[in-house]
Design a protein around this ligand. Structure first.
Ligand code: BEZ
Length: 212
């Protein structure tokens, strides 16, 4: 059965460009991003892995480990990394799973046969410290991902994990947030001392609570 939000991210052991990884152990107490790409030595994937490498500090700030996957082998991954580093002007600094036996791809339903039987699609899973799946996004092979959007969603997930708020459309770090419907309007001042605005009884806004 396909994985859904709130499911436990299946654990696995796999060979990667940084050695054997036991997934849950690798994630430790932090957040994780597991993302698949269709194939090595392809143009869009080359730009994607380069883009992720350049965002290393942003993922680290968010206590988030990144791990990539395709069904190509370890030798292919390792020599392709040279091309990524050269053409994208970066250093790939995260492991890439060599999923030749498709064990992980099948566990995470990353091969969509009506799209292509031989490739993984561009799947993204964000996994929380509790090992539950917090986000699933699937892109087609022809569309490179927006990894700034992924960071934006991680910011929202980490904020809403700790405060009774939700983030509105197009929210980004620093913008006002929505007070969760479960909070009564009369209880807002105690919970959100920075202030709030009642736009409608069901739409109450407050400054982002976890920044100065
Ligand atoms: C690419 O990464 O460029 C790509 C991979 C598979 C199909 C189409 C594009």
């Amino acid at each position: 059965m396909a994985l859904r939000l709130g499911d436990t991210a299946p654990d696995f052991s796999a060979e990667t460009t940084e050695g054997t990884i036991h997934f849950h152990e690798y994630l430790g107490d932090g957040w994780g991003v597991l993302f698949s790409h269709p194939a090595d030595y392809t143009p869009v994937c080359t730009t994607e892995l380069g883009a992720v490498a350049k965002l290393r500090d942003e993922f680290t700030k968010r206590n988030t480990k990144v791990i990539a996957l395709s069904v190509d082998g370890l030798d292919s991954h390792k020599s392709w990394i040279g091309d990524i580093n050269e053409t994208q002007n970066t250093v790939v600094n995260f492991p890439i799973i060599a999923d030749q036996d498709r064990k992980v791809s099948e566990l995470y339903d990353m091969i969509h046969p009506n799209s292509n039987e031989n490739f993984t699609v561009r799947s993204v899973f964000v996994i929380g410290p509790d090992k539950k799946i917090k986000l699933i996004i699937t892109y087609p092979a022809s569309t490179g991902r927006n990894f700034d959007e992924l960071l934006r969603v991680i910011d929202s997930l980490q904020l809403t994990a700790n405060y009774s708020v939700a983030t509105p459309a197009n929210w980004k770090h620093g913008d006002d947030v929505v007070v969760a419907p479960a909070i009564k309007t009369e209880d807002i001042p105690a919970k959100f001392p920075k202030g709030h605005k009642v736009v409608k009884p069901y739409l109450r806004m407050t400054p982002q609570p976890n920044i100065d």
